[in-house]
Design a protein around this ligand. Structure first.
Ligand code: CO
Length: 133
């Protein structure tokens, strides 16, 4: 088994502050990590849940993929992050099983992780992010 944890579920939101505030009021959740990832045009807030996270993401520019996602489909579930020991090995295994990679090679993600995205097409409709800590 290559997966070690559900690393995070990512929710695309228009207003990051409002979403953080909502999760604080509803669940008492606090922000464990915040980061802007310019390459992806997103600002994220990670809310810790046991050893996993809820990742709230909002666009930093109107042409970012997350901005286009919200425009097309509205706010909501954007992707699921699967935690793995070895991102490159897990990516190769997914591709061998018929998945379509978005990232051909692992790259750096937020909080110092190594990540790769895999296209929803070929993975039963869900955008998957492999996360190696
Ligand atoms: Co993510």
């Amino acid at each position: 088994m290559l997966l070690t944890e559900i690393d995070h579920v990512a929710l695309a939101v228009r207003d990051l502050e409002a979403a953080v505030d909502y999760h604080r009021r509803a669940f008492g959740a606090t922000v464990a990590h915040r980061e802007t990832v310019e390459r992806d045009g997103v600002e994220e807030a990670l809310l810790a849940v046991a050893d996993s996270y809820i990742q709230l993401i909002s666009p930093t520019r109107p042409d970012s993929p997350v901005a286009r996602f919200i425009e097309r489909r509205g706010e909501g579930l954007h992707h699921v992050g699967y935690r793995v020991e070895d991102c490159a090995a897990a990516l190769a295994a997914m591709v061998a099983a018929g998945a379509t990679p978005i990232d051909r090679e692992p790259r750096s993600g937020s909080r110092g992780t190594t990540i790769a995205f895999v296209h929803p097409k070929g993975s039963f409709g869900t955008l998957i992010e492999l996360v190696e800590e």
